[in-house]
Design a binder for this molecule. Sequence first.
Ligand SMILES: [Zn+2]
Length: 273
Amino acid sequence: MSNRNPFECFTWKSDVFSCESNDIDTFYERLAEQVSRLGLQERKLGETGDYPINFYQSPAQKSGQPSILISAGFHGEEAAGPWGMLYFLNELEPELFSQLNLSLLPLVNPTGFKKGHRFNKSGQNPNRGFVLENGRGKTDDASTEGKLLIEHSQLLQAASKNGILTCHEDVLQKHTYIYSFEANQTPGKFSRNLRDALGHYFPIAENGLIDDCPIEDGIIFNHFDTSFEAFLVRLGASVGVCSETPALQGLDQRIMANAAVMKRFVELTLENS
Ligand SMILES: [Zn+2]
């Protein structure tokens, strides 16, 4: 991800939501409607700029059910993740919560989202600096947002026990791909199914290198760096996927692809439990 300009601004118009991709006020309004409809519990982890970093959970988390976490909006120009989560929530029925403990981080980097640029307003990368030392998160190298997440490691570890899906985009691509983590030598059903959920919307990236990582059949497999997703897998999440939708394609198509990969993630979790 070294060749992306962290302050280049990207915005697109969404016909689905009738607003610009960086319309943060509309985003929060529509999110609040869904939080209320679904009875999600809101927890403010902290603040960045004038915005909260909120964490949401399905009501009454039950010990016998699988627990998964879906996150979006780490990079401000990757707008289809947060909007895709909203689209996903619009279609969700609260009955699901009798089978699954769902946790959400809908918009981790609001200051970047509002500007439409990658990093936060202080020029930090919110998806780097997640370091584990002696089994505990170390905040020294983390962004403002990252520090807040690391400070809530125990909460996020429990929330992602059965999987973490984090939704990113790649502004340089017309093709889709994923990073995935599974306790296997090769990508299993989980990775392949989520890749295919995206492949329904976009062509899958060719074999080769993306950001210096070897990619095969649209999957960069078990690549451990200091990202949030790798951090949660190190903390015990049984699977991890970072989806990458291609931002050279239309925004609404990307929004629907993000909603579809979230929906598939839920379905696969239920099938495996
Ligand atoms: Zn990203």
